[in-house]
Design a protein around this ligand. Structure first.
Ligand SMILES: C[S@@+](CC[C@H](N)C(=O)[O-])C[C@H]1O[C@@H](n2cnc3c(N)ncnc32)[C@H](O)[C@@H]1O
Length: 372
């Protein structure tokens, strides 16, 4: 095992630990999420190198990871350690290796002349003779990482000298950007959160994932990106079939090229999309479930009645202006009634209890008024 420095992103801090923990479970590696502090950007964790690679292959909340070579109180301490650490650098010092050096202060900015002075001094101290410098494409990227995140009074919490291992997959957020997505609706889920949610439910090849309130498919897209086969139900015909006016200002009517399937095609994962059923998520008999469940995960964003109304199939009270006699209207078009928020979430949990496999997962959004 080696000691690694994890640098987390500054967005959606609440999801850092759950995402890390889910990925540990997904890859069957020891869950070290207990060592992460929700409010710290930098965190040191001891792990096997291949486990770090596995985490990086899926993580959205991890920005980057470094293998720690030296750890000290401040820059001066690291310089002193470098003078007596030639043994630790022997593995990097061969003719077929090249290196570059970066200075990365977190929570403080050095001016350019100070950075250059530090680089000059560190280059002098680095015990490397055979490996050559290559600034554009080095085989090893060393970094001096100073953690000023807690104390902005010029004094770092800790300073590390490390080797860059890799980055998380922030690039997927742009890949799934709503700006370039073919079909979006009023409440299409933000791609960063949708990707994190797909990690929380451990979407993976071989898994079948359901979104009972599927909308434009914003939550099942990343699940399929991770290899899961996905299916959704949506009660609103126009949303499910991408008909009517586009949610994009000024775009006018939706065209035949815009649909939930077109979104899957856009990202090259149409083979992972089972389809979208126009159906009422409160009708659980839609699914034939045995004792063992049918879905490995549910990922969803139910209607809260703010941007998207909650509706379910049911009878309205007869109104005086209705012209059809008796109960004839009940057979005419399926009627819809208001679907109250408490019932939405009760139904969702009951659905999960019935259709999820043992140890299957559900991740859903729930509106909270923080003061209450
Ligand atoms: C918050 S939106 C989900 C948006 C979706 N995550 C996306 O990325 O497009 C909730 C969706 O649930 C649908 N809905 C409301 N009541 C429903 C019901 N009883 N059964 C199925 N879908 C329902 C709404 O029409 C709406 O599209």
């Amino acid at each position: 095992m080696k000691q690694y420095l994890f640098i987390f992103t500054q967005t959606h801090l609440d999801f850092r630990i759950p995402e890390f923990s889910s990925l540990c479970q997904l890859f069957g590696i020891p869950d070290k999420s207990g060592e992460i502090c929700k409010d710290d950007v930098l965190c040191t964790i001891e792990l096997e190198p291949n486990h770090v690679a596995q985490l990086l292959s899926r993580a959205i909340s991890i920005k980057s990871v470094y293998e720690i070579i030296l750890q000290g109180s401040d820059y001066g301490d690291i310089c002193e350690q470098l003078k007596i650490s030639s043994e630790k650098f022997r593995v990097f010092d061969s003719e077929n290796q090249s290196w570059a050096l970066r200075i990365r202060p977190y929570g403080l900015k050095h001016d350019i002349s100070q950075t250059n002075e530090m680089i000059d001094e560190l280059v002098e101290l680095l015990p490397l003779n055979k490996a050559s410098v290559n600034l554009s494409n080095p085989s090893i990227e060393f970094s001096l990482i100073e953690d000023f995140s807690q104390n902005r009074n010029q004094k770092p919490v800790a300073t590390y000298f490390g080797r860059f291992i890799g980055e998380g997959h922030r690039s997927w957020i742009s890949k799934f950007s709503l700006k370039s997505r073919k079909y979006i609706g009023n409440s299409t889920m933000d791609p960063e959160l949708a990707l994190i949610q797909a990690n929380l439910v451990m979407a993976r090849p071989g898994a079948i994932v359901l979104d009972p309130f599927c909308g434009t498919g914003g939550l099942i897209l990343p699940a399929s990106h991770f290899g899961a086969t996905t299916v959704g139900t949506e009660i609103n015909y126009q949303i499910a079939r991408a008909e009517g006016v586009s949610a994009r200002m000024g775009e006018g009517k939706l065209t035949a090229n815009q649909s939930v399937l077109a979104n899957f095609e856009q990202y090259g994962i149409a083979d992972k999309f089972l389809g979208i059923l126009i159906a009422d998520a409160s009708r659980h008999s839609l699914w034939r479930y045995g004792e063992n469940g049918i879905f490995d995960a549910i990922t969803t964003d139910p209607p809260y009645g703010v941007r998207e109304k909650g509706r379910k199939v049911g009878n309205k009270k007869r109104k005086p202006h209705w012209t059809l006699p008796g109960s004839a209207h009940e057979q005419h078009y399926p009627e819809k009634q208001v679907y109250g928020i408490t019932q939405v979430f009760l139904d969702l949990l009951n659905l999960a209890a019935k259709v999820l496999v043992i140890s299957g997962r559900i991740a859903f959004w729930y509106p909270v008024v923080r003061n209450e």
